[in-house]
Design a binder for this molecule. Structure first.
Ligand SMILES: [Mn+2]
Length: 428
């Protein structure tokens, strides 16, 4: 049973990687090893045991080198694949299983060997990114390591109650310590780390831990688990695998990850595993009432006023199957709200009865650029739509950035969505 699930998942993952392969080649990294790893190998001849083993594990863990060649002919639908690839396929399955089991051990080896760690997440950090960072921070500090968190964007107000008293930096403030290892959490690409990319030493080992479909495997070690509800769920597996005691502080941070990325256990990623993880975290002392109060029940009055203004912009399109709202620079300025505190607004339009795709358009800080946040349901894949504009995310929640003004971008996006909805209806 378990094995069957795993096999299905593996097919899916390989197909996705096959599709992503082109992008990786174009960008000139990720094959056969990414640049940081090559730099690492060239500049640091006295490699630790863990590092020496990286190329081997990269071969099978990433699933896109020798393995990738064997699977080149494997189509996305595994029921119709060519027979001549089948034996290679089965061999690979075995290797992949081993690699997954080894993922924890691989990271644990790096953690044991190195002393200086930097933890970071994507721009406009959210509850999952921040919760994962802080949990890992406490774990590594508990292991006697030198650890810093550095993020591109400010911490949203609602997550400040879990920020440790020291060790967390927001750009342009950065830690002076030079890390041996960089943990990139919940970030599908290196670019999404924003300005933090600039402070990553070229010879640092990047460990990429994420659950986005659109992840580009940019690390020397990549643990990408699309089936996990939140990066925090992967961090929990990692910490358990490293025999780290889950303290109330770690549990609280990871609960923030899971409760926010599942939309309070309401999104489609609310799996049995997500709920089991949440239950386990409460057993470990996660302060869930404090989390609910801070994250969901402490709205500043001006934030609610902004909420009302955004609701006023709601429009329905395409026979009420698409809903849009927008948020302008002027609205933010007038209510004195930081854009980072408006992340939940993207959930509003898709909540309208009958709507399949909801979109939030927001003026970005860079002039004439609009941030587009998609939410969807009923099997409509917005990761694919966001991908057309250089963005990505998950099937039911994704985003991208587009040059132009809100009115123009909205028109363009609504047209693209309408077409996609038509295609979906015609079964294409
Ligand atoms: Mn996440």
């Amino acid at each position: 049973m378990r094995k069957n699930n795993f096999i299905t998942k593996f097919y899916t993952n390989v197909s996705k990687k096959k599709m992503q392969g082109k992008r990786r080649f174009d960008k000139g990294h990720g094959f056969p090893y990414n640049r940081p790893f090559i730099a690492n190998k060239l500049k640091r001849p006295a490699l630790s045991t863990a590092r020496q083993r990286l190329p081997f594990w990269r071969l099978i863990a990433g699933g896109h080198v020798g393995v990738g060649f064997a699977l080149t002919n494997a189509p996305q639908n595994d029921t119709s694949r060519d027979t001549h690839t089948a034996s290679a396929w089965l061999g690979v399955l075995h290797m992949k299983g081993t690699a997954i089991m080894k993922q924890c051990e691989e990271i644990h080896n790096v953690v044991k060997h190195d002393q200086h760690f930097l933890i970071t997440t994507h721009v406009r950090s959210d509850g999952d990114g921040i919760g994962s960072e802080i949990a890992l921070y406490h774990a590594l500090v508990g292991m006697g390591k030198t650890v810093f968190i550095a993020n591109d964007s400010p911490t949203p107000q609602i997550y400040k109650f879990i920020v440790p008293p020291e060790g967390m930096y927001i750009h342009p403030q950065t830690p002076k310590d030079r890390p041996d290892v960089v943990f990139a959490l919940d970030s599908p690409t290196r670019e999404r780390l924003g300005k933090i990319q600039e402070i990553i030493p070229p010879d640092a080992v990047i460990i990429n831990i994420d659950h986005h479909i659109s992840n580009e495997y940019f690390g020397a070690i990549n643990w990408v688990a699309e089936h996990m509800c939140a990066t925090g769920e992967i961090i929990l597996s990692l910490l358990k695998g490293m025999n780290v005691e889950i303290t109330p502080d770690i549990a609280t941070a990871l609960y923030v990850s899971i409760v926010t990325d599942t939309g309070r256990f309401m999104h489609s990623n609310t799996t049995p595993a997500a709920l089991k993880a949440a239950a386990f975290l409460i057993e470990c002392g996660a302060r869930h009432e404090e989390i609910s109060r801070n994250v969901y029940n402490t709205n500043p009055f001006n934030l609610l006023q902004l909420h009302a203004q955004v609701l006023n912009t709601a429009k329905l399109h395409a026979g009420n199957r698409i809903a849009t709202v927008w948020l302008t620079k002027e609205m933010l300025e007038k209510t004195q709200i930081n854009a980072i505190d408006t992340q939940e607004f993207a959930d509003i339009p898709v909540s309208i009865d009958g709507v399949i795709v909801g979109v939030l358009f927001r003026d970005m800080t860079k002039p004439n650029w609009v941030k587009v946040s998609f939410r969807s349901r009923n099997g409509f894949d917005v990761n694919e739509i966001a991908g057309k504009f250089g963005g990505g995310g998950h099937k039911y929640a994704a985003g991208c950035e587009i040059e132009g003004n809100i009115a123009g971008v909205q028109q363009n996006i609504v047209e693209v969505l309408e077409k996609a909805l038509l295609q979906k209806n015609s079964g294409a």
